[in-house]
Design a protein. Structure first.
Length: 614
């Protein structure tokens, strides 16, 4: 089923039309503490400020952010600074209120923002320059000189001449106004530069474009990102020829994304390649294969691969667990026999495999494992007993999940989330969901949604609206949120994409948005289409057709990249011919009015001929 992409000419326009807010900076704002960066680091911080910019839209974005519920002080400080930098004069009262009554962080941010605002703030800032909080007073003096008004500067100079307790702050503020680099680091100056940078990233411009566009430019220039998004998106397509290109990319280029896509898209063929030693994965490759099977829950289609993986050192236990999930129980005996030599991680996997099979013998094995000295192993075993109906184990699990937050409680929650697909465990996690908060709540909600508990979506949305967790918890949350493709969830995914410094999370976000036919993902496919290597480019064409229709791929010929070569045009033509068939030749002759010798037509002929061999 095709889903319509919005036809857009550029990445910048896609993000502008989407109206999405960039992700707020993830690092905490610096406190006004005597931390010395060093001259070189300070010079870089000061020079970075030349990259920031603010527009009339900055005011609207900052005001919208300030109206969100449950805004934390860091986010509010960023938005307040954005109002000042955008010269939002009508927000002067709001800034003055926060400068007087906010938290310590918010007061300092609002005070500095008043200086960026610059109009009608001198009297207020002079009052703040005598504030009982020394940090606020230092910020007020710097803000006065930042107004760039002679009368304000005279007020600061007067304090310097008086030589009172604010004289040193006044001297530093005046020096900063001349040249921040030679003036040297001050706590107030450092905070100003950090707030301006964060405000530009969240609500303004960096290097003349939104931070989202900057991040996206970096992403689409990363080959591993393009590989992951295109190959993994193509692996779900049921089109003749897809497997040929997946195989070609695997054999010619390799890489984690190619292994993942081949595992999901052509598991039997991959097993034949390995069995006949035509392609052999290394240890990392095997780990990628099993991770792909686990994540896609494709164990029933991957039995041949898993049987081979059973003999791979370090991965046999995981392979057996996946085989058990597929209904293949022959390997269970090996778990008992090898238990003594297993690592703690392997023993956890063994417990989870045993917990899937109702058997008196396995109850005995789990009971023994419940006394393991490793806390995670013992916990996994006890949860396994609860899954198999042991009443005492079930009550122990309920009590442990409801216990006060701490290291032991965190282990129980982690192990329970791994087994959330079990009805008994899922019920208890659902009870926990109403009482936990923060990243723990996001993790529990993600596990429940991935296990099919649709009602946990609301809690997941609420937590992700506050920010996406880093690492695997964030990726799990994205997979969960994208599971049902609801409009609210897609809107949140659009707002979360892209994440700074989270390549793997951005892959999950992009995969979700591509599958949903979201316009914000089209530039990723377009970049891959017009860029080598050959197999990835042609597969990008297939994905574009699947989610947006063949007209969208044809329209690419009307707006090629400025640096596109004849080889690039020929490759796009090949994609049109392979996925559109011989009929596409007539379209290129007729509507596009191409003639023999045109590289697009040459490629289309070759693509159409290749399709006849599928």
């Amino acid at each position: 089923m095709q889903r319509a992409f919005l036809a857009v000419p550029s990445l910048a326009l896609v993000l502008a039309l989407a109206g999405q807010d960039p992700p707020l900076p993830s690092e905490p704002e610096p406190e006004l503490a005597p931390v010395v960066l060093g001259q070189e680091a300070w010079a870089e911080l000061a020079a970075r400020d030349r990259r920031v910019g603010f527009t009339r839209r900055t005011e609207d974005l900052a005001r919208t952010a300030l109206e969100r519920e449950q805004l934390d002080p860091r986010e509010r400080a960023t938005a307040l600074m954005a109002l000042g930098c955008a010269r939002a004069v009508r927000e002067r009262g709001r800034l003055a209120s926060w400068a007087a009554e906010g938290s310590a962080r918010e007061r300092r941010a609002a005070t500095l923002a008043l200086g960026e605002l610059g109009l009608g703030v001198e009297d207020l800032l002079e009052d703040l320059a005598h504030d009982g909080e020394a940090e606020v007073a230092a910020c007020a003096l710097l803000a006065l000189v930042r107004t760039r008004r002679a009368t304000a500067r005279e007020r600061v100079e007067a304090l310097l001449v008086e030589g009172g307790e604010r004289a040193e702050d006044a001297r530093a503020a005046l020096a900063f106004s001349v040249d921040p680099i030679t003036a040297g680091e001050t706590a107030a100056g450092r905070l100003l530069l950090e707030l301006r940078w964060n405000a530009a990233r969240a609500h303004g411009l960096v290097d003349g474009q939104t931070w989202c566009v900057t991040l996206m430019d970096g992403l689409v220039g990363e080959p591993t990102f393009l590989d992951a998004v295109v190959l993994r998106s193509a692996a779900r397509l049921d089109l003749p020829g897809v497997k040929d290109h997946l195989l070609g990319h695997l054999l010619e280029r390799g890489g984690p994304a190619a292994i993942h896509a081949a595992t999901v898209g052509m598991p039997d063929e991959l097993a034949l390649l390995i069995a006949n030693e035509l392609w052999l994965p290394d240890a990392d490759g095997w780990a990628g294969i099993l991770a792909a099977i686990d994540g896609a829950q494709s164990e029933a289609r991957s039995v041949a691969l898993l049987e081979i993986a059973r003999s791979v050192p370090g991965l046999g236990v995981l392979a057996i667990g996946l085989l058990v999930r597929a209904g293949e129980l022959d390997g269970l005996a090996a778990l008992d026999h090898g238990w003594a030599g297993f690592s703690p991680a392997e023993r956890v996997l063994a417990c989870e495999a045993w917990a899937q099979v109702a058997s008196g013998g396995l109850l005995s094995s789990l009971s023994d494992a419940a006394r393991d000295p490793d806390a995670r192993v013992a916990c996994a075993a006890r949860i396994g007993l609860a899954r198999l109906g042991e009443p005492l184990a079930r009550e122990e699990l309920r009590t442990a999940l409801a216990a006060p937050a701490g290291e032991e409680n965190a282990v129980w929650i982690e192990m329970a989330c791994r087994q959330a697909q079990d009805a008994r465990v899922g019920d208890l996690l659902l009870e926990l969901l109403s009482s936990c908060a923060g990243q723990q709540r996001a993790r529990v909600a993600s596990a429940l949604v991935l296990a099919g508990r649709v009602g946990a979506r609301v809690a997941l949305r609420e937590e992700l609206a506050r920010g996406l967790p880093a690492g695997e918890p964030g990726r799990a949350a994205v997979r969960a949120l994208a599971r049902y493709g609801l409009a609210e969830d897609l809107a949140l995914l659009r707002r979360l994409f892209p994440q700074e410094g989270e390549l793997d999370t951005n892959v999950e976000l992009a995969l979700s948005l591509v599958a949903a036919g979201e316009a914000v993902a089209l530039p990723v496919l377009r970049e891959a289409l017009w860029r080598a290597p050959f197999d990835r480019s042609v597969l990008a064409g297939a994905v574009i057709i699947d989610v947006a229709g063949i007209n969208t791929l044809r329209e690419e010929l009307q707006r090629p990249p400025a640096d596109a070569t004849s080889r690039d045009f020929r490759r796009v033509g090949f994609a049109l011919g392979e996925w559109g068939g011989v009929a596409e030749i007539d379209v290129l002759y007729g509507r596009e009015r191409l003639r023999s010798g045109d590289p697009v037509l040459q490629g289309a002929f070759l693509g159409a001929l290749s399709a006849r061999t599928h």
